[in-house]
Design a protein around this ligand. Structure first.
Ligand code: ARG
Length: 580
């Protein structure tokens, strides 16, 4: 089978479009709208005839007949599917059993896409601010970003992971002031350094709110830092080192890694060029001492300018982001840049993207594709942003420990006879996966409620359920003692085999859809359905004690299911475990 059949949905869409164009009754605006069908109608369905007929003021049923006749003449379709016209103009597609079997044989272990080959994508994610421990507000960018970068790589893109740390912001003015006032000896900091800095920062903020002099000092400390004052730079350096140590520990546990960690400070010598270029092309203008960009054609931004240099001459978040776009285009040759942040930054990114588009167009440079992948808030069970009892955001470190703790209790109850070390290993994998999966299985633009009970449930659309499905397959292959050989003959016969096979062949199409929309939850829903379909198959169809051809086909289905579950979970940043 040719490799272009990997994504069956896309291939069918392509063939139906061609069949339609051959009739002369359709034009290029026709979208076959090829969708996975409800099982009682078939495996796929062409839904687009109705909409097209309506636009053209034609009879949909007649047009459907014309399309069906043309499709039936295509040997590529005719050998693989049976087609029928249904209702007012739908075409139902049933894949032939022989095609299903050959497809499974051809693609088992080989489902990587190539839709993004040759593309360089920079992905900017996690990107916390230094001087503070990571808290629950930093969870989603890390988890969603990690999954998206894995998906893009799976589709063949060259991916550059860049952690754009907030290490140059106003927090340092306040913090340096507080460090100096407390006479903190930065040469003798212990492992709790970051906690000390966090406490000093809180005190500093309180002070600047009451005391005008402290506020002024904080401002000056920031200016001094930005001008390269050695004492302030040394304090800044210590704060960052303590932050890196704490971030790295979280990344290590969560299986997240970056190619570059170019924080905001990296761009400090690259901002002057931004001011010059943006003024030269007439995009930036002086406004009350500051440098700003107005997007006058825009509803809101016409009087809400994009501030790129403050009136005291300091650069800001926007300047750094403009410099980072330039750097990523010039140094990394980025075709596309993806930013993964909270939904509250939508205005910032819209203004950034508009500014970059105009700036690059005026300079006749190719404009990179810029995408803001934003997400909603993590809520507590009371439906409000999740907080500790004292009102602070929950620290990520504590959240992770708690997850492992709950998962341990679960493993211990289910499998108390396992060795202690094994229990701990499973608890770690299950606990951390549960946090990731609970996040990824939600449409990212929604808020979601963080609930231990839900995310650790052994049944349902959860990490434990999927990890268990993989462990069950592992146990099956352990019991058989051999990896299945590629069967040369076999057949899909029972209804459970057929349902499972159809579910499996949808994998590449689903991954493609998750990549097109940058929404990993499509993949989660799919994996959950696949695991359920597998369960029904496994309960109804014996493997051992059947004739060779039957056994081989079923083993192929098991092997492919395991491959898809493992691959799919790894695309979510979740490593599977052998036993559970
Ligand atoms: N440090 C920012 C924050 O914590 C996120 C940075 C996102 N990336 C970017 N290039 N602006 O909100």
């Amino acid at each position: 089978m040719e490799s272009d059949w990997l994504d069956v949905r896309a291939k069918l869409a392509d063939l139906f479009l061609k069949a339609a164009l051959r009739t002369g009754a359709f034009d290029k605006s026709f979208d076959p709208e090829l969708r996975v069908a409800e099982p009682r109608f078939g495996d796929f369905q062409v839904n687009g005839v109705l909409g097209f007929a309506k636009k053209q003021k034609q009879n949909p049923r007649k047009l459907g007949e014309v399309l069906l006749a043309s499709a039936l003449e295509d040997p590529e379709l005719d050998t693989r599917c049976t087609l029928e016209l249904s209702g007012p103009g739908f075409i139902n597609i049933h894949l032939k059993a022989e095609f299903l079997f050959q497809w499974l044989r051809r693609f088992v272990g080989r489902c990587e896409l190539n839709t993004l080959s040759g593309k360089t994508v920079v992905i900017d994610y996690s990107s916390p601010n230094t001087a503070k421990e990571m808290h629950v507000g930093h969870l989603r960018s890390m988890i969603i970003g990690e999954s998206i970068q894995r998906l893009l790589r799976f589709a063949g893109a060259k991916v550059i992971r860049d952690n754009h740390l907030g290490d140059w912001g106003t927090q340092f003015g306040i913090l340096i002031m507080a460090v100096k006032r407390a006479h903190l000896d930065i040469t003798r900091l212990g492992s709790d350094a970051l906690e000390t800095f966090e406490r000093l920062y809180r005190e500093g903020v309180a002070l600047t709110q009451q005391d005008g002099q402290a506020l002024e000092q904080a401002r000056q400390e920031l200016v001094k830092l930005q001008q390269g004052d050695p004492e302030n730079l040394a304090i800044w350096q210590k704060i960052n080192e303590a932050s890196y140590r704490s971030f790295d520990e979280i990344y290590r546990q969560m299986g997240v890694a970056f190619d570059y960690v170019l924080g905001e400070s990296f761009y400090r010598d690259r901002v002057d060029r931004i001011y010059t270029e943006l003024q030269a092309v007439g995009l930036a203008e002086e406004n009350e001492g500051a440098l700003v960009i107005f997007h006058r054609e825009h509803e809101r931004f016409k009087d809400q300018p994009f501030l790129i240099r403050k009136s005291d001459g300091a650069s800001n978040y926007a300047t750094t982001d403009l410099a980072a776009v330039l750097y990523r285009v010039e140094e990394f040759h980025a075709d596309e840049i993806i930013y993964v942040t909270d939904g509250r930054q939508q205005d910032h990114f819209q203004q950034l993207f508009l500014s970059v588009e105009k700036w690059f167009q005026k300079q006749h440079r190719p404009v990179p594709v810029l995408k803001h992948v934003w997400f909603g808030t993590v809520l507590g069970e009371d439906g409000r942003a999740i907080k500790t009892r004292s009102g602070d955001p929950v620290k990520l470190r504590q959240l992770m420990e708690e997850a492992i703790h709950w998962a341990y209790a679960m493993v211990d109850e289910k499998n108390s006879e396992l060795a202690e070390s094994e229990k701990q290993e499973i608890a770690r994998a299950v606990g951390l996966s549960a946090i990731k999966y609970a996040d990824l299985s939600q449409n990212r633009t929604n808020d979601y409620v963080f609930s231990w009970q839900k995310m650790l449930a052994p049944e349902g659309n959860t990490a434990p359920y999927l990890l268990y499905a993989v462990a069950r397959l592992n146990a099956l292959f352990r019991k058989l003692g051999v990896a299945p050989k590629q069967p040369s003959i076999g057949a899909i016969t029972t209804s459970e085999e057929r349902a499972l096979a159809c579910q499996i062949i949808a994998f590449p199409s689903v991954v493609r859809q998750a990549i097109d929309d940058l929404r990993p939850h499509y993949l989660c829903t799919y994996l959950y359905n696949l695991a359920s379909e597998f369960s029904s198959f496994y309960n109804a169809n014996r493997i051992l004690g059947e004739a060779d051809t039957v056994r081989n086909t079923r083993l192929l289905l098991c092997q492919f299911t395991r491959y898809v579950l493992k691959t799919g979970l790894s695309l979510l940043g979740i490593e599977t475990i052998e036993k559970m």
